[in-house]
Design a protein around this ligand. Structure first.
Ligand code: ME8
Length: 538
């Protein structure tokens, strides 16, 4: 495989971001879904040997956070500090998220730069003062168009409600500053046209195209009825609209107006991962803000679909009682990271159910993959005292596995690394797991072991080497998805001594057959995927 440009010294980092999440509540399965996807994507690129920057963080200003803090009797800053240190950061650590930075929008490194950015736009004549009256959803932190609202029912009968939050909107009337967003419609359409991969998936791209083709309105970028935000630098009776503040994290976190070298080596993002709910902010407002400032646009806005539980979108108001930790304590962190990307096609909605997770865990992880690893290690122990024998009798069956591994590497690299088709990539790897299992079933090493002839011994050695070398490839390919389990397998193959650390194994070389040298010490390590306990009762 050709070296990518990113391997060059000093090249721009492959930069991936998650949304910065609101700190009005603790993280749930939906937030973890986007963040794990970004982690797997960035770990994949690191495994290619590329320079990578993975950013996540929290969105701490605005009315929503202010009201939650008030309801809890603390200041918004105290509330944000508590949630970040007690809920958000610990969850990402628990899920083995290898982010390079964590930005909080209340940090000075962010607030100062946001003020400079907005002042600059004002000086350039991109911002003007005007008045606005309209329905506002605090849940979305967004003015709504009348056509986007639903009629309330039950306790909200007679009121207009937000289609996403199902709560009444408030009619706000304010004197605000406006960004001339309407001037960017044609430029945005031209950019979408010239860059068909800019918005992913296709359904998201179409939604944005239709929205922009209808004509854009100027965007209110300040609020004056509360003060929990970054002051407008030239008029401190106003705070900057929380979405303008939040979107700028992608620039301020990587050195905008502060560390030019870092900024140029990182910005713009290659991929902004977002949920469908915040697609327009990222695919319309954010690029228009960058155009207005003459900054380069991101490579791709990739929208994930909804994680559904019991037929409804998983949300803060609909937690259905399941926390990420409830699942990891039962299934383990690695299986958790694997499950959602394996079970749901990225970009589409998908349902979570405990039963589905348990069934896939048992059949695909424990039986297909985990058992394969432990059987191979046990046989090398039993027949060769744990010293990996050399393959001296390769034939057609072995050749098929050499090809199978190379194919899994190429497909997974394209699907996960380029297309963000995590499900397709994982399936390509697990097809290879099936192929190796089929090989062992057909070759019946336990029968070959009874043949004491030199040919029999050579055959047995070849079968077990082939299986172990296949596992070497699997450990590398699954490392971005399941790092702990891959490390256990790497240790059990005794690979570290001859090949070095797992993190240093390049994806590009994972399909080169014969990397694991004969003679390594294979041990039957810890069970990769232990049998599940009974489902805990709520
Ligand atoms: O919107 N399924 O923050 P937020 C899949 N602060 N993904 C889900 C999900 C679900 N059921 N529920 C949430 C904000 N998500 C802003 C972002 S960015 C400059 C500012 C994920 O806390 C998904 O990525 O409401 C969604 O876009 C995000 O969480 C919303 O998080």
């Amino acid at each position: 495989m050709a070296a990518t440009g990113n391997e060059k010294q000093g090249a721009k980092a492959y930069y991936v971001s998650t949304p910065i999440y609101y700190v009005n509540d603790a993280p749930h399965l939906g937030h973890a879904y986007t963040t794990v996807a970004g982690d797997v994507l960035t770990r994949w690129h690191r495994q290619r040997g590329e320079k990578v920057w993975y950013l996540t963080g929290t969105d701490e200003h605005g009315q929503k956070i202010m009201r939650t803090a008030e309801a809890n009797g603390v200041s918004p800053q105290q509330w944000a500090d508590k949630l970040v240190t007690e809920a958000w950061e610990p969850l990402w650590e628990h899920l083995e998220i290898a982010n390079d930075d964590f930005i909080r929008t209340t940090q000075k490194r962010h607030t100062d730069r946001v003020q400079e950015f907005v002042q600059d736009l004002y000086d350039k004549g991109e911002i003007y003062k005007g008045g606005y009256e309209g329905p506002y959803c605090v849940g979305c932190e967004e003015y709504k168009l009348p056509g986007e609202l639903l009629d309330g029912e039950g306790e909200y009968a007679g009121q207009k409600i937000c289609a996403i939050h199902k709560k009444p909107v408030e009619i706000l009337s304010e004197e605000n500053y406006f960004f001339k967003l309407s001037a960017y419609g044609d430029k945005l359409l031209a950019h979408y046209e010239a860059n068909p991969g800019f918005i992913q998936p296709e359904s998201a791209r179409n939604e944005v195209l239709n929205f922009v083709r209808q004509g854009l309105q100027d965007l209110s970028i300040s609020r004056s009825t509360f003060d929990w935000g970054i002051p407008i630098p030239w008029d401190d009776k106003h705070v900057i609209y929380v979405w303008v503040d939040a979107l700028l994290n992608y620039a301020t976190a990587v050195g905008y107006n502060e560390n030019q070298e870092k900024f140029e080596a990182t910005f713009p993002a290659d991929v902004h991962l977002v949920g469908k709910d915040i697609l327009r902010f990222h695919a319309v407002i954010w690029p228009a803000m960058l155009m207005a400032q003459g900054l380069p646009l991101p490579g791709r806005i990739a929208a994930n679909g909804w994680l559904m539980v019991g037929g409804e979108k998983m949300s803060k108001s609909n937690l259905t009682g399941i926390k990420p930790q409830d699942l990891t304590s039962h299934f383990g962190v690695d299986a958790y990271r694997w499950y959602f990307l394996r079970a749901i096609a990225f970009g589409q909605d998908g349902s979570f159910s405990w039963e589905d997770f348990a069934a896939r865990y048992t059949s695909e992880l424990a039986n297909d993959y985990g058992n394969l690893a432990s059987r191979v290690a046990a046989m090398v122990g039993k027949y060769f005292d744990g010293a990996l024998p050399a393959a001296t009798a390769d034939g057609g069956a072995e050749k098929a596995l050499h090809d199978g591994l190379a194919k899994a590497v190429t497909e997974a690299d394209r699907k996960i690394g380029e297309e963000l088709d995590f499900q397709g990539g994982i399936l390509a790897v697990f097809d290879f797991v099936k192929q190796v299992n089929g090989y062992i079933t057909e070759q019946e090493p336990w029968k070959v072991a009874k043949d004491d002839s030199p040919e029999g011994k050579a055959r047995l050695a070849t079968i077990l080497y082939t299986a172990a070398e296949s596992l070497r490839g699997l450990a590398v390919l699954l490392n971005p998805v399941m790092p702990d389990t891959s490390q256990k397998l790497w240790d059990s193959l005794g690979a570290e001594a001859s090949l070095g650390s797992l993190a240093d194994q390049k994806v590009q070389e994972a399909g080169d057959w014969g990397r694991l040298p004969a003679g390594t010490t294979v041990t039957k390590g810890a069970v990769l995927f232990p049998r599940l306990e009974e489902k805990p009762t709520a």
